[in-house]
Ligand binder design. Structure first.
Ligand SMILES: NC(=O)c1ccc[n+]([C@@H]2O[C@H](COP(=O)([O-])OP(=O)(O)OC[C@H]3O[C@@H](n4cnc5c(N)ncnc54)[C@H](OP(=O)(O)O)[C@@H]3O)[C@@H](O)[C@H]2O)c1
Length: 252
């Protein structure tokens, strides 16, 4: 993907990785639309970065997605990049007497269903653009699951698998399919403490490395945007340390 001159929709653009990449892409000369539920953050971003447009969206509200997609296409006919990044995480304890899967169901709706639906709604438009990109945020946990977060990890494995299939279907069209698989990064995805966790990669460092990868197609193999820190997870099975990593995660 060219890192300038695009019109980019970033879901989950109100905080964390989505916000940081939205700002970096805006500064690199793209028209950027950020979507999320928190209107106060959308307002703050619009005020702080003139030119970025905020649009409120709850991706869990399946009935709103087609209308949202229509509105984006009408307001931004040059839209050529969909960055499906919104996501939530959670944990389930399958050893409990009562296993609560409320959060797990929300996680499936947010991390899987909405990504499939929004992509389906916008792909016909993306295919009409001379050059376009569908990028989706997965996780290093797509490749080695985090035992305390089985559904979260599995949603990301789903996306990885789904993206591989989509890339083949869309071969020969104008749509490039990219997978952004972050390592553990300092955001509030898992709660406020994560943003300070020294074991997690600083958000600025992650954002800068991703931008340098996006700017150099030679650094993207098979559509996967992988920073150095995530490669031990991405290649754990191939390189023979899957079991050891899974065991290590169990004690995390
Ligand atoms: N941080 C990590 O360690 C890490 C590692 C691997 C992958 N990831 C992935 O990176 C992506 C971004 O997460 P993050 O770490 O940056 O955490 P974050 O700061 O919590 O960002 C999550 C974003 O998703 C949005 N979102 C959540 N539910 C939504 C909904 N129902 N409708 C619309 N937007 C929704 C949030 O916006 P609102 O609350 O305003 O709606 C927020 O902008 C996620 O897909 C996550 O799984 C993160």
């Amino acid at each position: 993907m060219e890192v300038t001159g695009n019109t980019i929709l970033v879901t989950g653009g109100t905080s964390g990785i989505g916000r940081a990449l939205a700002v970096a892409l805006h500064q690199a000369g793209n028209t950027v639309i950020v979507a999320g539920r928190r209107q106060n953050l959308l307002d703050e971003i619009e005020a702080k970065y003139p030119g970025i447009v905020g649009m409120q969206l709850d991706v869990e509200d399946s009935s709103a997605l087609q209308g949202f997609a229509n509105e984006v296409q009408e307001r931004f006919p040059n839209l050529n990049v969909l960055f499906n990044n919104a996501g939530i995480a959670g944990m389930e304890d399958y050893t409990a007497d009562t296993v609560d899967v409320t959060r797990a169901k929300q996680t499936i709706a947010t991390n899987i269903t909405s990504v499939v639906e929004l992509s389906a709604a916008l792909l016909p438009h993306l295919r009409k653009q001379p050059k376009s990109t569908l990028m989706v945020t997965t996780s290093g946990l797509a490749f080695v699951p985090f035992p305390k977060g089985p559904v979260y990890s599995a949603t990301k494995a789903f996306l990885h698998n789904w993206l591989d299939a989509l890339r083949m279907q869309l071969r020969g069209t104008s749509v490039e399919v990219l997978e952004l698989a972050p390592p553990y990064v300092q955001t509030e995805l898992g709660g406020p403490q994560q943003a300070q966790d020294p074991r997690a990669m600083p958000l600025d460092a992650y954002t800068n490395e991703v931008m340098s990868i996006l700017a150099d197609p030679g650094k993207i193999e098979k559509g996967e945007v992988l920073v150095e820190n995530v490669k031990h997870l991405r290649w754990a099975e191939r390189d023979g340390h899957y079991e050891k990593t899974l065991e290590m995660f169990a004690n995390f």
